[in-house]
Write a protein that binds this ligand. Structure first.
Ligand code: FAD
Ligand code: SF4
Length: 338
């Protein structure tokens, strides 16, 4: 059985105190929210903080404010269960409700938070292993080692962005509010992630995520589809987030963002551009799905083979667009692609 190492737990009740405690204890400290990712990682010695700053006692960081007309502000400490079942989210940001509701298992969604999900560590078959396993293969540069075991000639880590909500929030144009020693700042989700398996967030270590801010829903509709081995619970090995703003049958604007195909969510900009001003026909959907699979470049470091995950990008984008168009799911069309 893997055990947690010893650590000191601090429990601030305000954002200001959390930031101050982090400034006092950095770099030995980490924030913890639900702990559903951090505690298992600590058991495997992927992280070895001697101090944890718990965020669960900060009331201001929990709950949903605003409305779909003015935009929603979701506290980073809001549980994934609460996000996935909130009427404004299910009614107006349906893709986000789906993405939050597909994270791990019901128990973990009760504990796990939206803030923890957007900050969740990147994953790799050579890294998400016990200390002894990693030691037996001489470790890798993400923790305790020097080289990348997936791409030994590479100077960077290619661990995979594995958050379900990140690509969906990106596609919806959401922003992340951060509080740190220098005050607050609000940045787009698209600027919150970096293409590096180790430094995958642009957030400074002393900054805490306080809120996720969603723009007014303003005619946008959204869908999230997830590929994983087990339907009951598993990290995504492909996530497809699509958001469209429709004017009758014409697409006014669209965003397609892929999860779990790189170290950060990847926006399929050229594919989405094909949608603007067009009617969603099967031929257009096929062209957009083909274009969307181009920026999908999974590596051989998670579940399923990477060529299969790339092929499934096209299938899942087709399926997502068909759903938004109100077409029935068409296994035959998908089989032809696959
Ligand atoms: C069996 C299993 C299956 C899982 N399946 C999935 C899955 O399918 N999809 C998925 O996306 N995740 C999955 N997870 C990971 C995890 O459960 C979720 O990502 C969850 O949302 C993490 O939230 P948390 O509050 O528990 O984060 P924590 O574990 O508390 O923290 C995660 C990271 O975020 C940081 N952090 C947390 N909150 C903040 C904040 N407010 N500001 C700054 N930093 C912060 C922590 O320091 C830590 O680095 C799974 C985990 C397990 C154990
Ligand atoms: S991609 Fe390479 S460096 Fe990164 S976790 Fe995997 S093996 Fe380690």
């Amino acid at each position: 059985m893997m055990r947690l190492p010893e650590f000191t737990y601090l429990a601030p009740v305000s954002v200001k105190d959390a930031v101050k405690l982090m400034a006092d204890h950095e770099p030995a400290a980490m924030f913890v929210a639900g702990g559903t990712d951090l505690y298992p990682n600590m058991k495997r010695r992927q992280f070895e903080p001697s101090v944890l700053i718990g965020l669960r006692g900060i009331r201001d960081m929990s709950g949903v404010r605003g409305s779909s007309k003015t935009g929603l502000i979701i506290g980073a400490g809001t549980s994934l269960t609460a996000v996935s079942s909130h009427p404004d989210v299910t009614g107006h940001y349906a893709g986000l409700a789906t993405a939050a509701g597909l994270v791990s298992s019901p128990q973990l969604r009760n504990m796990g938070t939206l803030g923890g999900n957007v900050c969740v560590d990147t994953r790799c078959n050579y890294y998400n292993q016990s200390y002894e396993w990693r030691k037996a293969v001489n470790f890798c540069m993400k923790k305790d080692g020097d080289i990348c075991l997936v791409a030994p000639g590479s100077s960077r880590c290619w661990a995979v962005s594995s958050s379900d909500t990140a690509p969906m929030l990106w596609s919806l144009g959401a922003q992340v509010r951060l509080a740190g020693p220098r005050g607050e700042r609000l940045i787009p989700v698209s600027a919150f992630y970096q293409d590096d398996g180790i430094q995958y967030l642009s957030k400074q270590p002393g900054e805490v995520v306080t809120d996720i801010v969603l723009p007014p829903s303003d005619g946008w509709r959204s869908v999230y589809l997830k590929l994983r081995r087990r339907g009951s619970f598993d990290f995504p090995v492909l996530g497809v987030a699509v958001a469209l703003r429709m004017d009758g049958e014409i697409v006014r604007d669209g965003k397609i963002v892929l999860g779990a195909v790189a170290s950060q969510p990847r926006e399929a900009v050229a594919a989405a551009a094909l949608l603007a001003g067009q009617r969603l026909t099967p031929a257009l959907i096929a062209a957009v799905a083909a274009a969307a699979s181009r920026p999908s470049k999974p590596l051989d470091n998670t579940d399923f083979t990477h060529p299969y995950r790339k092929k499934m990008t096209r299938v899942f984008v087709t399926r997502a667009l068909r759903r938004l168009a109100g077409f029935p799911d068409s296994p035959r069309a998908e089989e032809e692609i696959a």
